[in-house]
Design a protein around this ligand. Structure first.
Ligand code: SAH
Length: 463
């Protein structure tokens, strides 16, 4: 069984440092079920590939099993030595433990950086087929190539097996890749070679930190990972929701931004412009993505044009506040039927976002990490693809107008970037070209001759 990991980020040989395995050595490790070997079939500045090969010993596995535990022959003759399974996860944690934990003394500057990484899993048993395979990896930002294998070439009428050769391409940190593989490989296989108890719950939460709680398939992943043990699954899902409470928009930062913008009543003007654009698009079914505490949702509810309103946010706390402010639980039924709040992340493809006429994305993109912006673009413009998208973001040029804002600072501590008008224009027209939308730009707030208006808005219309 073979797992390979490659990168072409120069110097590609950094992969050796990140994996803590020297590219020029062939190394072997004793594992409880056989042995693991690490070697590098290609090593250069331009491209480097590391292989982890497992030798699973079926006789060793059969030892210690009680009689009556399945068919006796199956102990010796089975697919385990040839496929990626929970043995691979165990090997990843034992052989690449430091890389999995994201530690690297020799390359501290690279360890937390997303790199162009490619992983090949020679044979992956996928109970659930290619759709399931994609629904787990694609939301994490991977491009997936999957090749299915027939059950028996001599009997094509038997159809395909559940085995796939899988290639993943992603821009992620090595630790993220290894954690994704660690958790998901046994989920596809839907078996474990050891007893699943409480420890397993802790392992899942530790390895799933930072991605599982916002994964659209987190329930399926959790159920399979914990072998459908209802009480463990319940506890895990409850703790995954708690995890997302440390939401990316700190209240302090939010407040500072509001104080700064208040004298301009910018918030009201922004909402006004967004509502005008949504109304004139003719939309009836609208999304408010990154709805926060529900300011826009409240306006949408007031207007009968909108008969289905879906607010989504990654922050559970914001959703709770929105729900309280909008008194969602006490709305009369004709109103309650129009609005729904859901927890989710714009980083992950989400079927619940499909089929809407329009989406508002108000002051959200600047909270996303620039390397992950392309994941958001695909989620919205390629998969959800509403007819209209109304998107706002700060105009960085305007920041000089606020005397209290130190030069070069962002308006909010959680902003990852703030764009000039030119930067927003290039991004928006680029997206438009790529996904077939035309874009109209609207300045929001008092416009200055030199630096423009404080907020910039793009209205995208699908052609
Ligand atoms: N649109 C609201 C809130 C803007 S603040 C308003 O105008 O008042 C930015 C919001 O984006 C926050 O509520 C934050 O939780 C949300 N957010 C940040 N990253 C997100 C992601 N990946 N997916 C969904 N929402 C996200």
């Amino acid at each position: 069984m073979l797992l390979t990991i490659s990168t072409n980020r120069k110097p590609a040989t950094d992969l050796g440092f990140l994996l803590h395995k020297h590219p020029e050595r062939f190394q072997s490790f004793e594992l409880s079920f056989g042995s693991g070997h690490v070697f590098y079939p290609e090593v250069s500045e331009d491209r480097c590939t590391a292989c982890l090969m497992l030798d699973v010993d079926p006789v060793e596995m059969a030892r210690g099993r009680r009689r009556g535990d399945g068919s006796a022959l199956a102990h010796y003759v089975n697919d385990r030595p040839y496929v990626a399974s929970s043995f691979m996860s165990t090997a990843i944690s034992q052989v690449f433990g430091s890389a999995l934990a994201g530690r690297c003394k020799d390359r501290p500057d690279v360890v937390d950086k997303p790199l162009p990484l490619e992983a090949t899993i020679d044979v992956l048993p996928v109970k659930g087929g290619e759709d399931f395979l994609r629904s787990l990896f694609e939301p994490l930002g991977y491009t997936v190539e999957a090749q299915s294998h027939v059950l028996d070439e001599n009997f094509p009428e038997w159809g395909d097996s559940s085995y796939f050769s899988v290639k993943l391409f992603g821009n992620v940190t090595l630790s993220e890749l290894l954690n994704h593989l660690y958790v998901l490989i046994p989920v596809f296989d839907n078996q474990k070679h050891y007893f699943v108890g409480r420890d397993e719950l802790d392992k899942l939460l530790a390895k799933g930190e930072g991605w599982l709680s916002s994964h659209s398939e987190k329930e399926a992943i959790t159920r399979r990972y914990l072998k459908f043990q209802a009480s463990l699954v319940r506890q895990a899902l409850a703790r995954l929701v708690e995890d997302t409470d440390d939401d990316p928009s700190s209240d302090d930062g939010q407040l500072a931004e509001e104080v700064l913008e208040k004298p301009l009543s910018l918030n009201d003007q922004r909402l006004g412009e967004v509502m005008t654009a949504l109304r004139s698009s003719g939309a009836k079914r609208v999304l408010d993505l990154g709805c926060g505490e529900g300011k826009l949702l409240r306006e949408l509810l007031k207007d009968k044009q909108f008969d289905e309103i879906l607010g989504m946010d990654v922050s559970v706390r914001s959703l709770e506040i929105a729900s309280k402010r909008l008194k969602i639980d006490d709305l009369p039924s004709f109103q309650a039927e129009r609005i729904k709040l859901i927890h989710g992340s714009l980083m992950y493809r989400d079927k619940r976002l499909a089929g809407f006429d329009a989406a508002a994305v108000v002051e959200v993109i600047e909270h996303l990490d620039p390397p992950r912006l392309s994941a958001f673009e695909r989620v919205l413009f390629q998969h959800a693809k509403p007819q209209t998208v109304v998107l706002t973001t700060p105009n960085a040029e305007y920041n000089v107008m606020w005397e209290t804002l130190p030069a070069g600072s962002f308006r909010h501590t959680d902003h990852r970037f703030e764009w000039t008008r030119q930067e927003f224009y290039s991004w928006a027209t680029g997206i438009g070209g790529q996904y077939g939308y035309s874009v109209r730009f609207v300045p929001v707030g008092p416009e200055d001759d030199k630096v423009g208006a404080p907020t910039q808005m793009g209205v995208f219309t699908r052609e």
